[in-house]
Design a protein. Structure first.
Lengths: 511, 246
């Protein structure tokens, strides 16, 4: 990156040797999926991990007789938040400010990143420790801070594995789900020493040993860091309280040890009242990690003199969320509490993994959230983004498990219609698919035309079919993909419609 | 009770034997069944592929074809769910006639998938069928999740003389058909389907059955390419059967 002409200010001097990888350049989903499907190790790692968490979730959810009522309550509270968002955000700002915190408003990633960098510089710090956070992944904060000469240390175990491995996350909750423990050991041995305390000599892939290596490596960073960056799981408008739930305790370290705490929060993370937390603190752990209760729940309200960080900054991030809010169908996606249950049950995600979705939000929720955050309702989107709503068989398993009842299949179909409209508007001539769909719709509008088409298909089937099946069609054609691994039954010589007419519904005439 | 058969477009063209089995079965249970010739397609492919405007005339002709019947029975859980869940949405689209929503409200709740019709409307689980074979049942996604047919199909199969029903592991997992998903994301669709094929072959079933021929066409296409002797048959064909596999 070059500084603009005439800029005499401080030039960014990245101290990290390597740029953080990003999802830029991911091909459209079908192509990215093909690459992922060919990776046998990935398929094994994912299949094992997702089936384990799926089974556990089913068991702990079944313990709650009121699970459906909790889901309804979760959806209703979030819908209330969407309805009253401006007023609730201002209420939150007032409460946080009254408790000694500072609230910042960021329209997009660039504004949010600049705010975090400025606060870090003002604190005289050259490094930050991070609590696991999707919002900061979404705005690519780590790379923005690196370019500002600030070192960023991910402290969540899985995020640390991804960062050390110069890798990309593949799951919302378990970003290194695509790695097995042998791969993790190798990453620790190769990379820890480059950025801090090296892995202990003779490290094996025994999980307790790996955890201890991570603990030792991170401890010096926790004790040294003066600034921490976090996201939020929930923020209570009524009290100004911010909530982070986690499993490892690294978050608690970041939230209590440093002098300055910067929290980046998507504006949809609100709940109106303290009491509302009871619903979400039951829904989230059971859906996410299949735990009755998560091990660490940290809550803070502004600043407490003499206890914990003495400066607290809350950055409220829009970054496309108000666009999502303006779409009456699509806005359900803003209910999401990032539990990942939809990823774990998704038969597509289970086979392709998360990186194929080309976004920090993979799986079914990513397929509806990413295109909306990238502005699909406002302007044409790139081919990769446009491919995401089609990355689903519409089986509906995601809707079944969603703790806030986001009707993901409904939104996928809604977004597909937006993609088709954009495609039609951007081409002067109809696309091949548009022509085919139009011709089929024209045929299907008339039983007479349909009958004729069936007779033609029956004749065609006799030409290309052998022993009742078609192994391939001549030429490329839109359904060539069908025949790569599948046969197709030959169209019947006599359709049901023709049989009914000829035999009077089997009552008369020749059989 | 006036019963109409909604054959669905792909069964009409590719699987007319499923329609004939429906007719035989329903008549054997003492009810006549009509085939309104004006019927064509529920519009699901267009709806799910993003061409929702094209569905409006299809929904209009659907309600016209099936108006006045007490029950419309169909050999497809997926098409039944399109009619019951999505026709009301199509009727709200711009370009739809103002009274279409009312007509859809009349017709679409009467559209039943075969197992719903047999168990709920006719109140039978033993339909007098005989099918001396080992059978695995694949619960299709839309019948399970959108219609909630539950154990109706397996109760019907359980009452078939001579039939041995075997369990499919991970049976609730999608087979990967997904309509145009099968060609737009062919590699992922095939990967999902091959896992299903492995489960079917591991179950020891001679026959795989389901309430949707679309999923069976996908799984059957994979089996056929592998030259597997396992056959796919629609639930209606088994329930209509009174002997052995022809």
């Amino acid at each position: 990156m070059t500084a603009p002409a005439g800029d005499t200010g401080r030039r960014p001097r990245p101290s990290h040797p390597d740029a953080e990888p990003t999802f830029a350049g991911t091909p459209p989903f079908p192509e990215a999926a093909r690459t992922a499907l060919a990776d046998a190790q990935l398929r094994t790692n994912l299949g094992r991990a997702t089936s384990t968490i799926r089974d556990k979730r089913t068991r702990v959810v079944a313990e709650r007789a009121d699970w459906e009522a909790l889901r309804m309550a979760g959806a209703a509270i979030k819908d209330e938040v969407m309805r009253d968002l401006p007023a609730l955000l201002e209420q939150l700002e007032t409460a946080v400010t009254a408790a000694g915190g500072t609230v910042h408003w960021a329209r997009d990633a660039t504004e949010a990143n600049a705010i975090v960098a400025r606060i870090t510089h003002d604190a005289g710090a050259t490094e930050v420790v991070k609590v696991k956070s999707m919002a900061t992944q979404e705005i690519e904060l780590n790379e923005a801070l690196r370019l500002e000469g600030i070192d960023v240390w991910e402290t969540d175990l899985a995020e640390m594995i991804v960062q050390l491995g110069h890798d990309l996350p593949s799951h919302i909750l378990v970003p290194a789900i695509h790695r097995n423990r042998t791969e993790i050991r190798d990453i620790f041995i190769d990379e820890m020493g480059r950025v801090g305390r090296p892995a202990p000599a003779g490290l094996t892939d025994d999980p307790p040993e790996l955890a201890e290596a991570a603990r030792l490596h991170l401890r010096e960073k926790f004790l040294r860091a003066r600034v921490a960056v976090s996201g939020v799981n929930f923020a209570v408008a009524e009290t100004g309280t911010v909530v982070v739930v986690e499993s490892e305790g690294n978050g608690r370290m970041c939230l209590t040890l440093p002098e300055v705490l910067i929290t980046v929060m998507g504006i949809e993370k609100l709940v109106p009242t303290w009491r509302d937390l009871e619903v979400f603190l039951q829904l989230l752990p059971r859906s996410a990690t299949a735990e009755r209760m998560n091990p660490y729940t940290s809550m803070w309200t502004g600043v407490t003199p003499g206890d914990g960080p003495q400066a607290f900054h809350l950055v409220l991030l829009d970054n496309g969320r108000t666009d999502v809010l303006s779409d009456a169908t699509g806005r359900q996606a803003l209910r999401c509490i990032r539990c990942s249950a939809c990823l774990n049950v998704c038969p597509v995600y289970e086979r392709t993994g998360g990186q194929a979705y080309g976004s920090v939000y993979p799986g079914p929720i990513g397929a509806i959230l990413t295109p909306q955050l990238r502005g699909i309702a406002r302007h044409p989107v790139d081919k990769q983004t446009a491919s995401l709503p089609f990355a689903s068989s519409l089986c509906g398993a995601c809707f079944d498990v969603c703790p806030v009842r986001i009707d993901i299949p409904e939104i996928l179909v809604h977004l597909r219609a937006q993609v088709v409209r954009q495609s039609e508007a951007s081409h002067r001539l109809p696309t091949g698919e548009g022509l085919g769909m139009g011709a089929m719709a024209w045929t299907l509008r008339s039983p007479r035309r349909l009958g004729l088409a069936e007779r033609l298909a029956g004749l065609g089937g006799r030409v290309v079919g052998r022993r009742g099946r078609i192994r391939r069609l001549p030429g490329p054609g839109p359904i060539a993909g069908w025949f790569r691994a599948r046969d197709l039954k030959t169209p019947a010589r006599e359709s049901f419609r023709a049989w009914w007419r000829r035999t009077d519904g089997g009552r008369g005439g020749p059989r | 009770m006036r019963v109409a058969l909604f054959i669905t477009c792909y069964n009409d063209l590719l699987f007319p034997e499923v329609g004939r089995a429906m007719v035989i079965l329903i008549r054997r249970l003492g009810h006549d069944v009509d085939f309104p010739a004006a019927q064509t397609c529920c519009g699901q492919m267009h709806f799910n592929s993003g061409y929702q405007d094209a569905c409006v005339p299809l929904v209009e002709s659907f309600v016209e074809a099936f108006a006045g019947y007490d029950v419309v029975v169909t050999p497809s859980g997926s098409c039944a769910s399109m009619v019951r869940h999505h026709h009301p949405l199509v009727a709200e689209l711009a370009g739809a006639a103002p009274d279409l929503a009312d007509r859809v409200g009349e017709v679409s709740p009467r559209v039943l998938e075969l197992s719903e019709f047999l168990v709920d409307t006719l109140g039978v689980t033993d339909v007098g069928a005989r099918f001396p074979h080992t059978v695995a049942f694949h619960p299709t996604c839309h019948a399970t999740r959108l219609l909630g047919v539950g154990d109706r199909p397996t109760r019907l199969l359980g009452a078939v003389a001579g039939l041995t029903l075997v369990d499919l592991p991970r049976s609730a997992s999608c087979c990967g058909f997904g309509g145009t998903f099968a060609v737009k994301n062919a590699d992922t669709s095939v990967a999902m389907g091959l896992d299903k094929v492995d489960d079917v072959l591991g179950s020891g079933a001679e026959v795989l059955t389901a309430g949707d021929t679309s999923c069976l066409m996908h799984i059957g296409g994979l089996l056929s390419r592998r030259r597997s002797p396992v056959r796919v048959m629609h639930l209606a064909e088994i329930l209509a059967s009174t002997g052995s596999v022809s």
